[in-house]
Design a protein around this ligand. Structure first.
Ligand SMILES: [Zn+2]
Length: 253
């Protein structure tokens, strides 16, 4: 159970932050507030959404403690490593230490999108939208990720869009791919049409074949230099065998 009593509470316009005394999050809270307020405004701007939502963010010093707060009923022997996750309507749990700083748009995007739609959208578009709001994956361009995945057949693009299980199992690479897809879709048709699709779409079968064909044609037009391919290969090799994990080894949900 999350012990709220040991946390110090700090407020900003759109957040209540819960930080552990003498933690890296407490030390950096002024910077964190600036970054998170910017992310909040940016996601509202993308969604054309006005809200008086106030988000609670609980900071953890490591992804194991964060993981424990995700599933309090889990077998204590069974460690779940999670960098960050959110739960509706307005809560985020995040790891913040010297190496892992899981702040940014991603979880804020899930919460504001949920409020805008009054429901949880299709998982693939939900994650894609959140990644699109960050506009990078491991600090690398989303469309270039898609091109690299396409060029190397790192994961099966069709399967990613058709099978939720496959999508989840390959989240390290399926996330930037759907991020790229959402970026392409929003740039092409605008946010209003994207929102309409989110309102309707609740299963993978709602993805139209033609749309996917058009998106894959778009990926082919992205330029990736040899140096960029080598850089991607190196980054991917560093994470081999850690499928399903986020940038720092923990899951990002
Ligand atoms: Zn997510």
């Amino acid at each position: 159970m999350l012990s709220k009593t040991k946390y110090k509470k700090m407020e900003s316009d759109n957040y209540t932050f819960f930080v552990l005394p003498n933690s890296p999050a407490e030390r950096d809270i002024e910077d964190i507030i600036k970054i998170q307020e910017k992310c909040f405004s940016r996601v509202c701007e993308i969604l054309k959404h006005e809200t008086d939502m106030k988000i609670n963010i609980y900071f953890f010093n490591d992804p194991v403690s964060c993981g424990k707060s995700y599933n309090v009923n889990a077998d204590p022997e069974e460690e779940i490593i999670i960098n960050t996750f959110c739960y509706y309507p307005n809560n985020i749990h995040a790891t913040y230490n010297e190496q892992i700083k899981t702040i940014g748009h991603h979880e804020v995007a899930h919460l504001l999108l949920f409020e805008k739609l009054h429901r949880e959208p299709n998982i693939l578009l939900n994650e894609g939208f959140a990644v699109y709001c960050d506009n990078n994956w491991w600090r690398l361009n989303l469309h270039k990720w898609a091109k690299y995945i396409h060029t190397t057949s790192l994961i099966d693009i069709d399967k990613t869009f058709q099978s939720v299980d496959y999508f989840r199992q390959n989240s390290v690479f399926s996330y930037p791919l759907v991020g790229s897809y959402c970026k392409w879709k929003i740039n092409k048709d605008g946010i209003d049409e994207f929102i309409e699709i989110l309102k309707k779409s609740c299963s993978q079968s709602d993805f139209h074949r033609e749309e996917l064909i058009e998106y894959k044609e778009f990926i082919k037009t992205i330029f990736l230099s040899d140096d960029e391919i080598n850089n991607f290969s190196e980054v991917v090799a560093n994470y081999e065998g850690r499928a399903g994990r986020g940038q720092n080894g923990g899951f990002q949900l």
